[in-house]
Ligand binder design. Structure first.
Ligand SMILES: N[C@@H](CCC(=O)N[C@@H](CS)C(=O)NCC(=O)O)C(=O)O
Length: 213
């Protein structure tokens, strides 16, 4: 099989790209990375040439284009074992949580954008903080019933999906509980994440509206 090509957005800003990138790394599946800088002249045409969704990430496997971060993660989980929790109930809960992390928490995601370079103590609006608190309450519950250090004990795709949220707590100086803070520290000390972050810090592209938050 030819090495898959993985199309991603800017590492500083593209939370959707970070998630399956971490999954592919943990799966130790080889891939060639192609980065498409977002929101520049010609970006949308390049994205639409990859898939009708017109977004990144997209994984090209042989002739097949797989758009969507969760679909790419599911593809990786079909290739190698143990990317989802072993316990069937936990696996279902992890899959549902990933879907929720994709679709829900829109106020938090849309206000406190992922922006790895940035550190700010700008006060975030109450609805954003409430949305963030709703998410951390879910993490707190999971961390209370498992032994850690991850949401379902061993690292799983759910932790890849939680990682962009952890970065937002750093960027915007948000508070959470000791248990959730410890979990976020674990995610942000991960060697694959740190490699992604190093690349992000070296990028020259900026998205003014996101940097202005
Ligand atoms: N549901 C998709 C969402 C992907 C998405 O919204 N990607 C953003 C990048 S972070 C994008 O490509 N935006 C460019 C655009 O919409 O023009 C997924 O999970 O992969």
């Amino acid at each position: 099989m030819a090495v898959p090509t993985f199309y991603i957005g800017n590492k500083n800003y593209s939370s959707w790209s970070l998630r399956p990138w971490l999954v592919l790394r943990k799966a130790q599946l080889p891939f060639e990375e192609t980065l498409i800088p977002l929101y520049q002249d010609g970006t949308k045409a390049k994205l639409l040439a990859l898939s009708s969704a017109g977004t990144v990430p997209v994984l090209q496997v042989e002739g097949e284009m797989i758009p969507d971060s969760l679909a790419i993660s599911e593809w990786a989980a079909r290739c190698v074992p143990n990317l989802w929790p072993k316990d069937p109930g936990d696996k279902e809960r992890a899959q549902a949580l990933c879907k929720q992390m994709q679709d829900d928490f829109g106020v938090f995601r849309g206000t406190a954008h992922m922006n790895l370079r940035r550190r700010t103590d700008t006060a975030m609006p109450k609805d954003c903080l409430d949305d963030a608190a709703r998410l951390t309450a879910i993490f707190e519950d999971l961390l209370s019933v498992h032994d850690g250090p991850f949401l379902f004990d061993d690292w799983s795709i759910a932790d890849a999906f939680a990682t962009p949220f952890a970065t937002r707590f750093n960027t915007y100086g948000l508070q959470s509980s000791l248990k959730v803070d410890t979990y976020f520290s674990e995610l942000l000390a991960d060697e694959d994440y740190l490699e992604w972050e190093m690349d992000a810090l070296a990028e020259g592209w900026t998205i003014a509206a996101v940097d202005a938050v």
